[in-house]
Design a protein around this ligand. Structure first.
Ligand code: CP
Length: 315
């Protein structure tokens, strides 16, 4: 099915049918990416601006590559080399860029609601590449695409998200997306890093990491944002690792297979040991690979493309 919205601002409110449509289309684009010439002319003549007001490795390169694979023209904006430094507002910045005729805006910003705000200032389609602690919808989609490659079905699947849920846009997009798909979602982390009344999102809260891992089919381990320690939200990195870390010892003791995920960047030896992050059950790099196909699918569907891209060869 076609997407209901012109923009992708979050996974809250996105239906199961829309998510399936995006994931099926991403599967088609993954096949394109495996061809000798991994490129199609689908977005030729369209222009995308990548507006990154915050640091990024995976999301930024993944969007850039997706746009190039679709033959779109792209321009990259970096706040540190722009007129934002001279005091230009977000509204003026985006309206001036749109005056150069663009079709898509991909935006990452530290402010919750920045993508939504931009969608009200321009005619271009807006894709949220992460807005503060709110949502990171393409990360949620690439996580679900990766899960779908490793599990039979979402219905009844137990996914536990571990770590700093409170400040995590990845957690929020995963919860909305996975609930829409019929999965059971759990969360586990220090009480100070869990949002108030998180149960209202329909998730199970685990206080002990051993219980969470024993119940889970998939664990999605979040980066511990080290600056939170300075704010006193957990006592020490060492104690966090002892209580909530996916250590090699803890994983070996579990005695069952899990699908192990992490959105990156990883703090090795803090939220997850290197031996676990790099073991056969880890799909962390598969997530990154799938990110390009998911972002191609989102750009293609928002441009009016029909689901399940049937394939056009590049000339
Ligand atoms: N997963 C993710 O958003 O990574 P980046 O911050 O490197 O884009």
């Amino acid at each position: 099915m076609q997407l209901k919205s012109r923009h992708l601002l979050g996974l809250e409110g996105v239906t199961r049918e829309e998510i399936v449509s995006i994931l099926d289309t991403a599967d088609s684009f993954k096949k394109v990416l495996e061809r000798p010439i991994p490129k199609v002319p689908t977005l030729r003549g369209k222009t995308v601006v990548n507006l990154f007001f915050e640091a990024s490795t995976r999301t930024r390169f993944s969007f850039e590559l997706a746009e190039k694979r679709l033959s779109a023209d792209l321009i990259n904006f970096s706040a540190s080399t722009s007129s934002v430094l001279k005091g230009e507002t977000l509204r003026d910045t985006i309206q001036n860029i749109e005056a150069m005729r663009i079709d898509f805006v991909v935006i990452r910003h530290s402010a919750v609601g920045a993508a939504h705000y931009v969608s009200q200032c321009v005619d271009a389609a807006v894709i949220n590449a992460g807005d503060g602690a709110h949502e990171h919808p393409t990360q949620g989609l690439l996580d679900m695409m990766t899960m779908r490659e490793h599990v039979k079905q979402f219905k009844g699947l137990k996914v536990v998200i571990i770590g700093d849920i409170k400040h995590s846009r990845v957690a929020r997009s995963n919860i909305h997306g996975l609930k829409a798909m019929g999965a059971e979602v759990g969360i586990c982390g220090p009480a100070t890093l869990l949002p108030v009344e998180i149960e209202k999102m329909g998730v199970t809260v685990y206080s002990h990491i051993e219980d969470a891992m024993a119940e889970a089919d998939v664990i999605n381990v979040l980066r511990i944002q080290l600056e939170r320690q300075k704010k006193g939200l957990f006592p020490s990195i060492r104690e966090y690792r002892q209580l909530f870390g996916i250590t090699q010892e803890r994983y070996n003791r579990l005695g069952k297979n899990l699908v192990i995920m992490h959105p990156g960047p990883i703090n090795r030896g803090v939220e997850i040991d290197s031996e676990v992050a790099d073991c056969d059950a880890s799909v962390i790099l598969n997530q990154v690979t799938n990110g390009v196909a998911v972002r191609m699918a989102v750009l293609y569907l928002l441009s009016g493309g029909r689901p399940k891209f049937e394939g056009e060869d590049h000339e």
